[in-house]
Design a protein around this ligand. Structure first.
Ligand code: GBH
Length: 481
């Protein structure tokens, strides 16, 4: 059967009655006000200012969508969309300018209090991400997520968030996509802080992210949950890994690829054995030995740590955009370590997959169904919230391609619910607004609302997709082609 064909019957079932619709953003991508009213510098401020060439249009998030100053308007637009929830992230250095808890910025507390109160008074549930890549610069001087002390620093920060906002926030996400923080920030070095020590520093980082997540899960569970009655989890992103051929080697490589790019971050939390996937431990250890290391580059958890991290979730947060083909490769020649060399895979795209504006991103709706099924098979019947999914184009208001993407991906999500009984409880469209798309600056757009970045007012205009998405929320089903 040719699963690569982009031919779809749109799933006409209704979204379950308790299914929640929302939309998402992240602090650095929308807030702006980078040095206003006491906010401290973070690694994305530093990175974009110091290396403008690393950003496609040499831009930065200094002003971005100016959401810091446009909070009333943003909530009005969200209300107009009829979303059940809004997923946003808190800027650590707006709350703690130095990163550490000894100095709390009252204006940061005020800003998020206003946002949360306005959302609630408009009937929109806040879903709050504690960390979406914007580490306080002060902490990066001391290794950021490669320093194991960050577990304490992150706990202190989280405690301040629970103390100040936990009476009204019932939905917490500790980290957004640790893979990007670790593999892109410290491994391949394409994202802030831009360090390149692939196969080493990225593993140091994930070890500490997982411990930080678990520490904060336990803090909430032991100290706040009983009174505040919320849920807490983490969001990871999966690129579905499809075998390039049906050979045994490629089928195994695709599964291994998924375990290296996703299971590495999720198994320690959701797998019934905890810890990193066995195949990842074996491959990194074997390769490390070949390279002359006397220990594995992948740090080891103690049995106590495995138990401490295992089960630290109330739900499964998933970001999903795309799929790659994966094939097996012979061992790479010895040289600098890298996670790709550890995994012994090569990834590619099928030329038949429709493109988007982003180089890493092709349209493959069935990959969404497969990844949802895979999560259920591996980790059991967990409530899944899709915390991001969306499409990138260049600037455009009549965005029919985005509409098509949402239709096909939401149909694939309904297939997972109806054909495979996967418990998907909610869905957030990425993104509410066109925003600072990291290395792609303002060139590639993901918003349901267009933002004019050359206008000092940062005027927001609904795109065709906004009306389409609103209709889905209203009808609770996909409109036929
Ligand atoms: C999400 O990450 C982010 O959470 C969100 O902030 C972002 O705006 C959104 O997606 C859209 O990008 O080295 O060129 O191959 C999505 C995850 C982003 C992971 C791109 C892989 C590869 C970039 N992916 N990244 S490249």
């Amino acid at each position: 059967m040719d699963t690569w064909r982009q031919v779809f019957a749109i799933n006409e079932n209704k979204f379950p009655d308790d299914f929640l619709f929302g939309t998402a953003t992240a602090s650095y991508q929308v807030e702006g006000a980078w040095n206003t009213n006491g906010k401290g510098e973070n690694i994305w401020d530093r990175y974009t200012h110091q290396y403008p060439d690393k950003i496609l249009d040499k831009s930065n998030g200094d002003v971005a969508c100016d959401s810091y100053n446009k909070l009333e308007e943003d909530v009005r637009l969200l209300k107009n969309m009829n979303v059940d929830f809004y997923r946003f992230s808190v800027s650590w250095s707006r709350i703690l300018p130095k990163g550490f808890a000894y100095q709390v910025n009252a204006d940061g507390i005020r800003y998020y209090n206003n946002l949360i109160d306005l959302l609630i008074s408009n009937g929109i549930t806040p879903m709050v991400t504690m960390f979406h890549w914007d580490t306080p610069q002060n902490l990066e001087y001391f290794g950021g997520f490669t320093n194991s002390l960050i577990v304490n620093w992150f706990e202190e920060y989280a405690r301040i968030l629970f103390d100040n906002f936990g009476d009204r926030v019932k939905f917490w996400i500790t980290f957004n996509e640790p893979k990007q923080t670790c593999a892109e920030g410290y491994g391949i070095g394409t994202k802030a802080p831009g360090y390149k020590l692939f196969g080493i520093a990225d593993y140091m980082c994930i070890h500490n992210v997982l411990k930080s997540h678990a520490r904060v899960y336990h803090l909430y569970n032991n100290t706040y949950k009983e009174t505040q009655q919320g849920k807490i989890g983490i969001t990871n992103d999966a690129v579905w890994s499809e075998p390039k051929t049906q050979s045994v080697e490629d089928v195994e490589a695709a599964e291994r690829g998924l375990l290296f790019t996703f299971g590495l971050y999720t198994d320690p939390i959701y797998h019934y054995n905890g810890d990193y996937p066995q195949v990842v431990k074996e491959f990194v250890s074997a390769r490390s030995k070949l390279e002359g290391f006397s220990y594995s580059r992948l740090p080891k958890f103690t049995p106590e740590e495995i138990t401490y991290i295992k089960g630290t979730y109330d739900f499964f947060g998933l970001n999903h955009y795309t799929t790659t083909l994966v094939n097996n490769v012979d061992p790479f020649p010895i040289g600098d370590p890298s996670q790709i060399k550890d995994a012994r895979i090569r990834t590619s795209f099928s030329p038949s997959w429709p493109k988007t504006a982003s180089s890493w991103f092709k349209v493959v709706p069935w990959g969404f169904t497969k990844v949802l099924k895979w999560i259920k098979n591996r980790y059991g019947d967990i409530d899944i919230y899709v915390t991001e999914n969306g499409y990138s184009d260049h600037e455009c208001l009549n965005d029919q391609e985005r509409i098509n993407y949402y239709k096909q991906y939401l149909s694939a999500l309904l297939d997972a619910i109806y054909d495979h009984k996967v418990n998907v409880k909610g869905y957030a469209a990425w993104s509410f607004l066109d925003n600072f798309e990291w290395n792609d600056g303002y060139v590639n757009r993901f918003g349901l609302y267009h933002v004019n970045f050359s206008d000092p007012q940062r005027t927001r205009t609904p795109k065709a997709s906004l009306y389409y998405f609103k209709n889905i929320i209203k009808n609770r089903k996909l409109i036929k082609l």
